[in-house]
Design a binder for this molecule. Structure first.
Ligand SMILES: Cc1ncc(COP(=O)(O)O)c(C=O)c1O
Length: 435
């Protein structure tokens, strides 16, 4: 493989706890690894003290497995490359890659030393760290729409900042949107969100030009932004995205792309780089810092400068460890075609699972999505829970619903293992059915 020298999975820290103990034995503060109790006790303890059992919605037991009482692991002790060790000391190949937050690999040695150094030199202080400026410059070189950028901690915050900027810049209120933008009030119809806030956000369907035109027609004069997650389960038609661009310009609204999953994955600069359609603003997060908490809203300088007329700020938005991770990620993308490799690996992962499904002649399970972010679709929730829990028992953690994410750590050997574990899973299920 031409780029194998770049993409050879970096030497990963050991998942073997004994090896870890040796490394850290001299550090009296290093022994804060969780006790290895049987997994169900962690799940029970979590359910008793965390309202949903996990602060990340997609990691709740019912989100992982389909039902809260399914026999699947919920907690991990260590992660490295694309493997996690559960609280039962079972090692799983992780195809979920922390909801797409990690594209290189867990505890990646191209990233971790920069993070450790940043922590050792003072993660925060009374002044801004130079890393904030460096990463801002690198980010604006990498992202087509970005003339300026502001950092935040989560994707939801970055999208809320984008909307605040669009509203401040245009002096208008209504937002038309399609996609998931996080949990914050501006785009939510959940309990606790005031009706007046809900009224200002109008949902439109994916890839539907007629619905987009009708919504812009209806709200044109008050329209602050058209906000799109450009890739939802599949690529959009270019016509839809191009129409959104044209309508935003005509109506004086900002076009905002949510590149949380597409950024640093489909292309370094996200869907906008692939399509050539440049939004006015775009939000990034997840793979930007390979799992460290950093998000960014970048775009047209005049719209970003509207930040000076409103208030967008967070105490830890510019802490150094996540910025150090992002700098290392941005350098890697500048030097190597990371996204081409993610597409190849994702394609190989899909093929591996597809081969296993075909060979076993199992019905009711389909593979959908696009290569770097693909997913399994099941004919029934019961089949889904059964397949996912059996796969975990056979050594692979698949995502329930969108998406399984390719990472550079899924090397050829691991992909072959995914195929054999999937075959074993299907065989186990058939045998249990007496087939
Ligand atoms: C497209 C998109 N936007 C926004 C978010 C919210 O990001 P976060 O969970 O970091 O707040 C997500 C999270 O999954 C996402 O997928």
């Amino acid at each position: 493989m031409v780029f194998s020298r770049f993409f050879k999975p970096s030497a990963r820290p050991p998942l073997d706890p004994a090896a870890e103990t040796q490394d850290t034995a001299s550090d009296e503060h290093a022994d804060d690894a969780p006790e290895a109790l049987p997994d169900h006790s962690w799940a029970e303890r979590a359910r008793a003290i965390l309202p949903s059992g996990s602060s990340t919605g997609s990691k709740r037991a019912e989100a992982l497995w389909g039902t809260a009482d399914a026999h699947g692991p919920t907690h991990y002790l260590r992660a490295s490359g694309c493997r996690v060790v559960t609280t039962d000391e079972e090692e799983l190949i992780d195809c979920t890659m922390a909801l797409g937050a990690v594209a290189l690999g867990y505890a990646d040695e191209r990233i971790t030393p920069s993070v450790v150094a940043a922590a050792a030199h003072g993660n925060v202080a009374g002044l801004s760290h130079t890393l904030e400026v460096e990463v801002a410059e690198l980010f604006c070189e990498a992202v087509p729409c970005a003339e300026k950028v502001q950092f935040l901690k989560s994707g939801a915050e970055a999208m809320a900042a984008a909307v605040r900027l669009a509203r401040t810049y245009t002096g208008r209120t209504t937002v038309i949107g399609c996609g998931y933008f996080g949990w914050l009030d501006w785009c939510s119809a959940e309990a606790g969100v005031p009706g007046t806030v809900r009224d200002d956000y109008v949902k439109i369907p994916f890839d539907d030009i007629g619905a987009l035109e009708a919504a812009v027609d209806r709200y044109g004069a008050t329209l602050a932004a058209i906000v799109l997650e450009p890739v939802i389960e599949r690529m959009p038609s270019v016509a839809w995205i191009a129409r959104a661009r044209a309508l935003a310009t005509q109506s004086g609204a900002a076009l905002v792309f949510d590149e949380m999953k597409s950024g640093f994955r489909l292309a370094t600069g996200g869907y906008q780089e692939l399509s050539g359609v440049t939004p006015d603003l775009a939000a990034f997060g997840k793979a930007l810092a390979n799992g460290y908490p950093l998000a960014a809203v970048g775009g047209n300088a005049a719209i970003l400068d509207a930040a000076r007329k409103t208030w967008i700020s967070s105490t830890l938005a510019s802490e150094a460890t996540a910025l150090a991770a992002a700098r290392a990620v941005l350098h890697l993308h500048a030097d190597t075609p990371v996204c081409d490799e993610l597409a190849r690996i994702g394609g190989d992962m899909r093929t591996a699972v597809s081969n296993a499904l075909t060979a076993s002649r199992t019905g009711g399970i389909e593979i959908a999505g696009i290569d770097p972010m693909w997913f399994l679709r099941f004919e029934s929730p019961a089949l889904e829970t059964r397949f996912l829990t059996t796969a975990a028992a056979n050594g692979v953690l698949f995502k329930r619903g969108p998406y399984n994410f390719a990472s550079l750590a899924h090397d050829d050997e691991t992909i072959a293992e995914i195929e054999s574990c999937t075959s074993n899973t299907l065989f186990t299920m058939r045998t249990a059915d007496g087939a």
